[in-house]
Ligand binder design. Structure first.
Ligand code: PEP
Ligand code: MN
Length: 344
């Protein structure tokens, strides 16, 4: 259930609504918009009636049919009228506002030379965001797990030199002070942590946008509930990223589920939806066609692994493209986006 406050509602009126919600044994998550406040009601609302919350200062109360509320298209349409998509900015870059956003870079930050060369290539190719892993989740405990803090410092250095916002993966809430220290623009939650509820709760208390990859075995509803978890703690800047699910097929690393991209974009959520054909296929030759297919399916952005010398990459060497290929993918993806984007 959501409570939409009137534009002119006072703080006192809002506090009274919150007190009423609490008195009913429920909890309120406040979403402060540019024009008005909205209260998301957490808990079992099945036993209460909307009228119990129609206090002075309340414009309307809505019951959302989905288990996830704040992340649903329904919610966004009620609160923001016609617009069924949400957008926000990271520095000068707008995400979710109808422009295709390209996030690219190596699987892992390996050295200063490598990340600087990557950032330069992305800039030259017309990309928007630099990605690179500093803390890598690896199946084998003996595999290279990234440079850690040094990787964050190198990302920050590349960001400062090339003016590209950076995104990198967090493993645990204990790393949050380091993300603050290096002012990491977007926090990535990788597939393996996609259902780490405690971490998601903590990220909900942050101001930085969260790039939430789909856990490889989650249903769309479960994934959207993970986004809801972050939002219900106050952080509404969530970007969803389809990265492939586990199926019986072994030829590709995962099965990039483009149904999810179209379903999220056109039916389920107002949140920006990205696609990651690199982890979705695990095969270099398939990155370009699946990037274009992702854009055709409705993706607001792409996450592509690119390495200045893919054959030397310390992780995910088979799926990283060269700077030259990245430039072609970006050019074609932008043309595809122009061809298919919403006219409305
Ligand atoms: C990554 O993006 O670097 C990554 C490890 O991907 P995923 O979490 O989707 O496997
Ligand atoms: Mn990778």
């Amino acid at each position: 259930m959501i409570v939409k406050m009137d534009r002119m509602a006072t703080k006192g009126q809002k506090d009274k609504v919150v007190a009423r919600i609490k008195a009913l044994g429920l909890d309120a998550a406040e979403i402060v918009g540019t024009e008005r406040s909205v209260l998301g009601v957490r808990g079992d609302v099945s036993k209460i009636h909307e009228d119990q919350l129609r206090l002075p200062g309340v414009q309307d109360v809505y019951r959302i049919s989905k288990n996830y509320k704040l992340a649903s298209k329904e919610y966004h349409q009620h609160v923001n009228g016609k617009s069924s998509y949400t957008s926000f900015t990271v520095g000068n870059l707008s995400i979710g506002n109808g422009k295709l956003v390209i996030m690219a870079g190596p699987c892992t930050v390996e050295s200063e030379e490598q990340i600087m060369a990557s950032a330069r290539a992305i800039k030259e190719a017309g990309g928007d965001i630099l990605r690179g892993g500093a803390f890598k989740p690896r199946t084998s405990p003996y595999a290279f797990e990234g440079l850690g803090e040094e990787g964050l410092a190198l990302l920050a250095k590349a960001r400062d030199k090339y003016g590209l916002p950076v995104v990198t993966e967090i493993m645990s809430e204990a790393q949050l002070p380091l993300f603050e220290k290096y002012d990491i623009d977007i926090i990535q939650v990788g597939s393996r942590n996609g259902r780490n509820f405690h971490l998601l709760n903590e990220l909900g208390k942050q101001k930085r946008p969260v790039f939430l990859k789909r856990e490889m075995g989650t249903l769309l509803e479960e994934w959207l509930l993970c986004a809801e978890r972050i939002m219900s703690h106050g952080n509404t800047k969530v970007i969803l990223c389809e990265r492939g699910i586990t199926t019986f097929e072994k030829y590709t690393r995962n099965t990039l589920d483009l149904n999810s991209v179209a379903a999220i974009k056109y039916e389920l959520s107002h949140l920006p939806i990205f696609s990651d054909p690199s982890h979705g296929t695990g095969r270099r030759n398939l990155i370009m066609p699946m990037s274009l297919a992702s854009v055709a399916a409705g993706a607001d952005g792409l996450m592509i692994e690119m390495h200045p010398r893919p054959e030397e990459a310390l992780t995910d060497a088979f799926q990283q493209v060269t700077p030259e290929t990245l430039a072609v993918i970006i050019r074609k993806a932008r043309a595809m986006h122009t061809a298919v984007r919403d006219e409305t």
